[in-house]
Design a protein around this ligand. Structure first.
Ligand SMILES: Cc1cc2nc3c(=O)[nH]c(=O)nc-3n(C[C@H](O)[C@H](O)[C@H](O)COP(=O)(O)OP(=O)(O)OC[C@H]3O[C@@H](n4cnc5c(N)ncnc54)[C@H](O)[C@@H]3O)c2cc1C
Length: 468
């Protein structure tokens, strides 16, 4: 049943428990409604609650269970398909549950369920610590960990899911519970199917310098640039190569104002500058001819902290991704035919698209691909390449063209022999998401855990969606 804004029973309970909330008539409703994928006027929730304590979350869940109202959780609001906004539901907006504290031994951090990656990095830096994060600093840290957690630091520390060592969850009875080992297994890669994760305890690591920045490659002939870059990339970083865990090249192709569609590559070395780091940075700069007039690798890649780099990346991204339709594909290897496919989809990208192509690579040296990993349902423990096809545009017309491109690109790449059906759930469009193929034998385990912790499917608006 949907929550009507006039649902006086729910509102009375929220007021009784002192839970701040907003309804469509409230002055702050539209601002709360807005998230990375848009303003979602066409699927307004009935009530957006903004809990400030774990007890508030208990009260919200209890009120919704009693009223049989639909519920959805919003962490950092960066689901690219806007799945944390559901028409007529009660939103549990965790943005104020963003505290970050450190355990006594400084080996773990307690992170509020709504803290963003940047908030976590900022709080930890003051304690001399850091954690792995993804590319964009405004993504919810819990939301990132729960779906797998890819990013520049995974080869040093492992996937986001493997950082989880503890959790506090408000369950389907509206009770705050400390996750047991079984529940933790379901949280690591199972999305947020088992309840509202109000706090994660994650591994923390000593703060260190990172060497980071961006290189731009001559893209006069984009197809040639992509082919040269990826062919050399595979020679340097491909299967069986001896690659230090500190290095992470993050190639992307997008429209640079004044330059057109351009092949770029962020380079991150997680550690202090050494002769070894400088040599690897130089090697990335030699993967294809650099764009004339752009800085050489040793100038472009500079010393900073993970927080600075996260802020730089966030500033490069549009503040919202509106119009069109992102898609994604996953490949096992960059063979010549996979490279030819990628060069082709890059060359076909609409010139006025505001999106682009991003590549996230999980190499075999990622600790999450070893046997020494915590128990989980995470399906991404193999070397692979995740490709985001951001078919988005500044207006409806370009957005439509961009969406057609991203779908055609997805179909072309997923038709390759090198495609893997284990696509990344966070960026696979709902119409293309095949949960059985993604999770394989882990799906039965995840469904069993779902049945145990959420027997009536109360948390159905979860990622991945397991209940109709
Ligand atoms: C610009 C951008 C860059 C990205 N970069 C990366 C990247 O580098 N690596 C990567 O792996 N992914 C990346 N992603 C994907 C991102 O990690 C996922 O979409 C993630 O789920 C977003 O989490 P969120 O909390 O911000 O989003 P939300 O939209 O708030 O939530 C996403 C889903 O998780 C649920 N959820 C979130 N928090 C909680 C919680 N505490 N308890 C219960 N349920 C919760 C929501 O209900 C929803 O189903 C990126 C996305 C964007 C838009």
């Amino acid at each position: 049943m949907a929550a009507s804004p006039s649902d006086s029973t729910i509102r009375a309970q929220l007021e009784g428990a002192g839970v701040p909330y907003s309804i469509p008539e409230s002055a702050d409703f539209n601002q709360l409604l807005s998230n990375y994928s848009g303003n979602h006027q066409n699927r307004k929730p009935g009530i957006i609650t903004v809990p400030e304590t774990y007890q508030h979350v208990e009260a919200i869940v209890a009120a919704c269970v009693a009223a049989k109202a639909e519920i959805v959780v919003r962490g950092g609001g960066h689901d690219i398909f806007g799945r944390s906004t559901v028409a007529d539901a009660v939103t549990v907006d965790l943005r104020k549950l963003n505290s970050v504290t450190v355990s006594e031994n400084h080996e773990t951090a307690h992170v509020g369920g709504g803290a963003t990656a940047e908030q976590v990095l900022e709080a930890l830096a003051s304690k001399g610590l850091q954690v792995p994060v993804g590319s964009c600093g405004t993504v919810g840290y819990a939301g990132w960990c729960l779906v797998g957690g890819l990013g520049p630091y995974i080869h040093s520390y492992g996937l986001g899911a493997d950082q989880i060592v503890g959790a506090k969850v408000v369950n389907a009875e509206g009770k705050l519970v400390v996750a047991d080992d079984k529940m933790l297994k379901g949280l690591r890669g199972g999305g947020a199917n088992l309840g509202v994760v109000v706090e994660l305890t994650v591994k923390a690591y000593p703060l260190q310098d990172v060497q980071a920045g961006m290189l731009m490659f001559d893209s006069t002939d984009l197809s040639k640039a992509v082919t040269t870059f990826l062919t050399n990339y595979e020679k340097l970083f491909g299967e069986g190569k001896n690659v230090p865990s500190q290095i992470y090249p993050m190639p992307f192709i997008f429209a640079v104002p004044g330059l057109g569609i351009t092949l770029c590559c962020c380079v991150i070395w997680n550690g202090t500058a050494t002769d070894e780091s400088r040599a690897w940075v130089d090697d990335v700069g030699k993967l294809a001819p650099l764009m004339p007039g752009t800085p050489e690798p040793q100038t472009a890649i500079t010393t900073m902290k993970a927080l600075d780099f996260s802020r730089q990346l966030t500033a490069m991204l549009p503040p919202q991704m509106l119009g069109g339709r992102p898609q994604s594909a996953s490949l096992t290897r960059l063979t010549p035919s996979a490279i030819a496919g990628l060069a082709n989809v890059a060359a076909n990208m609409p010139k006025s698209s505001t999106g682009g192509i991003n590549m996230h690579v999980v190499r075999e040296d990622c600790p999450s691909c070893s046997d020494n990993v915590p128990d989980s349902v995470c399906p991404y423990r193999e070397a692979h390449i995740m490709i985001e096809l951001l078919g988005v545009g500044p207006d409806e017309e370009i957005g439509k063209e961009a969406a057609e491109w991203s779908m055609a690109a997805r179909n072309e790449l997923m038709g390759l022999e090198e495609a893997t059906k284990k696509t990344y759930i966070a960026v696979t469009s709902p119409e293309c998401l095949d949960v059985e193929s993604v999770y394989g034998e882990k799906l039965a385990e995840l469904k069993k855990l779902k049945k145990e912790y959420d027997p009536h499917g109360f948390f159905k608006n979860a990622l991945p969606r397991l209940v109709d």
